[in-house]
Design a protein around this ligand. Structure first.
Ligand code: GTP
Ligand code: MG
Length: 420
């Protein structure tokens, strides 16, 4: 494990609390990247030093600490200029990375699908390009480990021209993947089955809730950014009615701009959703700030018109958790309190989702002569087929459909309930 020293600069004492929260988050990120956080260094300074970002005295202090505890990595809780990074490394004589590099590094570790890897590489190259500024030597410092994963050093050492070519090629490849994804979205739209997207701050519990709703095992982990690639599954109600549920990448404050743009593919899934479930870790110290950060990103990707439910998670960690449960299901409320881990409150959320998504749909029993292939073929275009079976010369179906659309099909509707 690489021993890391974290550094934060606040411009005035009032920002101290914010700085501490931000550093806690940075520590989580550093651990997610595989570092051992050995020391946190704070400085309050009214202005940013052009040379070292922090004051020169502080640099000396960090150098002393690094020597004492044998730390090989210093992580700044900010975005540093290339010249600042270089001066710091020269003076400190250890690897120095900024918040952006750290996040990019975690994404590089976690990306699993081909598309995810492309997105990460694109983000890394976009970060790198303006920092090349003709100085190839700036890259040779990358000796491996945290802050250097992804495209790999050899690839990083190619010149600007080749990086630009590579960026262009990745963008084309991503476009193809996005086209395919758009096609899949299109066919989902046609099929009337609603799409629900889980969004939220990293580690809010999206994947855990996804598993509860879709009854499916996906990767949940205390690590940050466990989920990077969009995942869509069917989530069933006991009677066979279902919707598509999508798990997405976690958001984070100060998300590198390189990532905001390149992870749009993941977030596009969200803009196509019929309903958004915003998952909030109610036990997290900065929960309010997280809600705001996610809200801002939803605004940026144009998803604010989509109906949204607020799902306050991890109530099992709160002393008043049982009290909060009682608030579920109040008429007109878009807030739900759950524990995705224990399942508490999830039933109320499911019930609400069902009425929200399928409000205008009713259950019909259909009996259609097998030779009416035109009717049989059209049914899935305007209804959700729950079950079908053969019965002599007939196909029998249970469907969910909007009653207003049923008039032309009245001759094929079976009256009375005949559950099977
Ligand atoms: N105590 C408690 N822990 C929970 C709950 N829901 C999730 N967790 C834990 O919180 C951590 C993060 O959960 P995930 O479901 O991976 O979170 P996520 O939002 O998908 O995170 P990313 O994919 O990394 O953005 C895991 O260790 C979960 O076990 C809950 O209701 N209560
Ligand atoms: Mg996840």
């Amino acid at each position: 494990m690489e021993k890391a020293i974290l550094v934060n600069l606040a411009v005035n004492a009032k920002q101290k609390l914010e700085a501490e929260e931000s550093m806690d988050e940075l520590a989580g990120l550093a651990r997610a990247a595989g570092a051992a956080v050995a020391e946190k260094v704070f400085q309050v300074r009214p202005s940013i030093s052009p040379k070292f970002f922090i004051g020169e005295g502080k640099v000396e202090e960090i150098k002393r600490i690094a020597n004492e505890i044998d730390a090989g990595l210093v992580i700044f809780d900010h975005v540093l200029r290339p010249t600042q990074l270089r001066s710091l490394e020269k003076t400190l004589d250890v690897k120095v990375i900024d918040r952006t590099q750290l996040i990019l590094d975690i994404f590089a570790l976690r990306a699993r699908s081909n598309e995810g890897k492309l997105q990460v590489e694109l983000a890394q190259l976009s970060y790198l390009l303006p920092r090349l500024s003709g100085k190839g030597t700036a890259l040779s410092r990358l000796g491996g480990g945290i802050g250097t994963r992804g495209p790999g050093e050899q690839k990083l050492e190619v010149d600007r021209r080749r990086i630009q070519n590579r960026i262009a090629r990745i963008k084309r490849e991503i476009k193809n993947v996005q086209k395919r994804r758009a096609g899949q979205r299109q066919s989902r739209k046609k099929s009337l089955i609603p799409l629900v997207a889980l969004v939220g701050y990293t580690s809010a519990g999206k994947s855990t809730l996804f598993n509860q709703l879709a009854q499916e095992r996906t990767f949940t982990s205390p690590q940050l950014f466990a989920t990077l690639d969009p995942l869509v599954r069917r989530a069933y109600f006991p009677d066979g009615l279902y919707y598509f549920l999508s798990d997405t990448v976690g958001f984070i404050k100060k998300l590198p701009v390189e990532l905001v743009t390149s992870f749009k593919a993941t977030l596009e899934e969200v803009t196509g959703a019929d309903t958004i479930l915003q998952v909030i870790d109610l036990s997290a110290p900065g929960a309010e700030g997280h809600v705001e950060a996610v809200g801002r990103i939803l605004e940026e990707i144009g998803a604010t018109d989509i109906p949204r439910l607020m799902v306050y998670n991890k109530i099992d960690l709160l002393p008043d958790g049982d009290e909060l449960l009682k608030r579920n299901g109040q008429p007109g409320s878009d807030s739900f309190y759950v524990s995705a881990a224990t399942g508490a409150g999830v039933a109320a959320l499911k019930e609400h989702l069902r009425s929200l998504l399928f409000r205008q749909l009713q259950l019909f029993y259909m009996r259609i002569p097998k030779d009416r292939t035109d009717v049989l073929a059209s049914i899935p275009n305007w209804s959700i087929v729950l079950k079908r079976r053969e019965n002599g010369d007939f196909q029998e179906m249970q469907i969910m459909a909007d009653p207003q659309l049923m008039l032309p099909w009245a001759p094929y509707i079976e009256r009375g309930e005949r559950p099977w």
